[in-house]
Design a protein around this ligand. Structure first.
Ligand SMILES: Cc1cc2nc3c(=O)[nH]c(=O)nc-3n(C[C@H](O)[C@H](O)[C@H](O)COP(=O)(O)O)c2cc1C
Length: 329
């Protein structure tokens, strides 16, 4: 899911402090839009927002956004003992961007927007009555925070599955997965990863010859992707820190997550003859052929040998977290 982000803006809060899109990051926000600050004169509504502002602290904030001036907002904030923020967006820049599909009217605007700590618009409620707030707006906010704190669903679902179906993978889908890898971070932005895609039957046959015996299952994958990198494309730092292998691993990790999200399996292996493979794919001798990946849609575990079928349908095996994590104090 790709979410719309807020536009750049510079507005003031009730204390005359500048508020920009960047200053709001790191916290969830409930933006309550109102064309006039008059809505605050309703003591029930103000009281309700005050109550929710306290409940949502410190991970989330509430801001009412109106076209009224910072001076008017300052007076109202004090008069009504408000514990949430009031933002003065005279040109209604934020509201217009949220409602950009609506006709450009300066008329009434009542809506509530849920924002996440990255400034992404996660949900827009076209209206907001006190009842809506009590019934589901705040509930949705809690739900969103809970969802974000949960283990990422694709990381949870991913396995190094080995059974592939014969379903073709479109080149557009392959490109999407490569794009995800290419968005990975790298030391000094060196982007050391290089990928070679093999998706035609002749090429696949030739590459399959370099596979180790145990990786027979890769012969059913409709796409293979080789990842290589050279030390030349690296930032080498003191104490033997070479990052080209690390960077390429990160990119492959991103690709695996993207493929999982798209309902596919991307399985990296080390079991192949790297020297033969480099020669075949015309990769320079000094490069490291880091991994060969099998890409495709999941298939029937019955096509696998006994050992792999058991792994395919069995539980994930992991050391306990305390065997690999320690806390320094
Ligand atoms: C660098 C690397 C090399 C691997 N090589 C092979 C391989 O040659 N053959 C294979 O069947 N699986 C290979 N795997 C998959 C691992 O066996 C698998 O990730 C591990 O058993 C954990 O299982 P899971 O990924 O399903 O949690 C490799 C994985 C990585 C990251």
């Amino acid at each position: 899911m790709i979410y719309q982000t807020l536009p750049d803006f510079l507005i003031k809060n009730q204390d005359g402090v500048d508020i920009s899109r960047w200053s709001l990051r790191g916290k969830y926000w409930l933006f309550v839009f109102s064309s006039e600050a008059a809505e605050l004169e309703d003591p029930d509504f103000s009281k309700l927002l005050n109550k929710f502002a306290v409940q949502l602290r410190p991970s989330a904030g509430i801001a009412m956004i109106t076209s009224s001036s910072s001076g008017v907002l300052s007076r109202l904030h004090k008069e009504h003992n408000l514990t949430f923020d009031l933002f003065s967006d005279k040109e209604m820049v934020i509201w217009k961007s949220v409602n950009k599909d609506l006709p450009d009217s300066t008329g009434e605007c009542f809506c509530t927007v849920l924002l996440d700590p990255w400034g992404r618009i996660r949900k827009v409620f076209p209206d907001h009555s006190a009842e809506d707030f009590s019934r589901f707006i705040v509930q949705e906010m809690h739900e969103m925070v809970r969802h974000d704190l949960a283990l990422n669903a694709e990381i949870h679902t991913r396995r190094a599955f080995r059974a592939f179906s014969s379903r073709t993978v479109e080149r557009n889908s392959i490109l999407r997965i490569l794009e995800a890898g290419h968005l990975a971070p790298s030391c000094m932005n060196k982007q050391p990863w290089r990928f070679i895609v093999i998706d035609d039957s002749e090429g696949l046959k030739r590459v399959q010859e370099s596979l180790s015996e145990g990786n027979y299952w890769m012969k059913k994958a409709p796409v293979l992707i080789a990842a290589h990198a050279t030390k030349r494309d690296d930032c080498t730092l003191n104490d033997r820190r070479n990052y080209y292998l690390f960077g390429t691993g990160l990119a492959v990790g991103f690709m695996i997550i993207q493929a999982t999200q798209m309902g596919m399996v991307l399985h990296p292996v080390a079991g192949y003859n790297p020297i033969e493979l480099k020669k075949l794919l015309q990769v320079p001798e000094e490069a490291v052929m880091i991994t060969l990946m099998a890409l495709g849609y999941p298939g029937d575990p019955e096509t696998l040998g006994d050992k792999h079928r058991k792994i395919e349908t069995g539980d994930r095996i992991r050391k306990s977290l305390d065997q690999v994590v320690s806390w320094f104090s």
